[in-house]
Design a protein around this ligand. Sequence first.
Ligand SMILES: C[S@@+](CC[C@H](N)C(=O)[O-])C[C@H]1O[C@@H](n2cnc3c(N)ncnc32)[C@H](O)[C@@H]1O
Ligand SMILES: [Zn+2]
Length: 373
Amino acid sequence: MQTKMIQEGSTKIIVPILDKETNYPPSSAPVFYNPRMELCRDLSVACVAAFAGKRNSYVDALGATGIRGVRIANEVGLDVAINDWSSQAHELIKKNIELNRLSAKALRKNASVLLSESHFDIVDIDPFGSPAPFIDAACRSVSKMLCITATDTAPLCGAHKASGIRKYGAIPLKTEYHPEMGVRILLGAIARNLARYDKSLAPLLSYAMEHYFRVYLAVEKGAAKSNEMTRQVGFICHCFGCGFRSWKYGLAAHMPEKCPSCAERISLAGPLWLGRLHDRKFCNLVLDELESRKLGTRKRAMRLVRLCAEELEIPTYYDQHTICKELKINPPPIETFIEMLHEAGFQASRTHFSGTSFKTDAPLGEIEKILCR
Ligand SMILES: C[S@@+](CC[C@H](N)C(=O)[O-])C[C@H]1O[C@@H](n2cnc3c(N)ncnc32)[C@H](O)[C@@H]1O
Ligand SMILES: [Zn+2]
């Protein structure tokens, strides 16, 4: 394997050379390495630092080059274990730990076995594709924080519906807010799995970007909190005729069969997470961490976290361009339109999910009236 040394954050890492002709995409390199995930890793450093005291244990259960775990050990200073079952990855992880003179542990186990037999305060699952095969073991292992990446966005968003149903035990729908649908299906599956162990989650930061979703969740043990959490799982009713949507909490929710607005048949998505996606206080701590660190993607990361912090806690969003196309009008600038919604007495915010979209408590009819003014 041909390698080179790079620096990300303040950490030096040996990575495979990605020959664009033979080793692209990153998964075809002997050891997985994706330079495009730098922002995701910068945010990992900031989020784990914002959450954790130095005595916490952290495991990067699917380490590859070890880049994520080595950065957490070096830049946050936690007690880190980095695991990968591939022998080539394991050797590279050991080299990268040595290179940075760290006392992190390199492990070579099946991640599901490792997580089933050991407890970690913070568990990071960053797989190639779906995290579904590792969710149960991660929920069993974790005591304080779960960090999970999913790159199987098509099954989660409803574009590959049957696969989404198989992997996550829930029905995803391909709506105009499909990335949010995907994040909520993922969170719903994690919440139901944590409940098996009398644990609960509270989302700290959950985002969709490019080809992946990433969630940071505070985890607690306790049946009462776990019961409270399961009440935030429910269903979204969506009308593909007129764009109407509503949501119901609970696993035995009664749904309308017909759209109250246009009488077409209602479609159902879920069970999925209907609670908040981010914790504003935590986002502000992450912004402080980003601000004070030397990171390659700092500006973009801060922009993303600011947008997340400002998002309304409403489970769906509207795409302004889709509505304007339907109404055959030109869309006003999104900030102006949000101001118009505020002036009409509604709550409204932008969303990180899409630059042309907004969240609001205004019903669709009112949104259309305001747009046509
Ligand atoms: C997408 S890569 C991880 C990327 C890494 N976290 C990063 O930030 O660059 C996934 C890794 O998981 C490893 N892997 C896949 N299934 C595994 C399993 N069941 N147990 C342990 N490692 C596994 C693969 O060898 C691969 O190196
Ligand atoms: Zn309708």
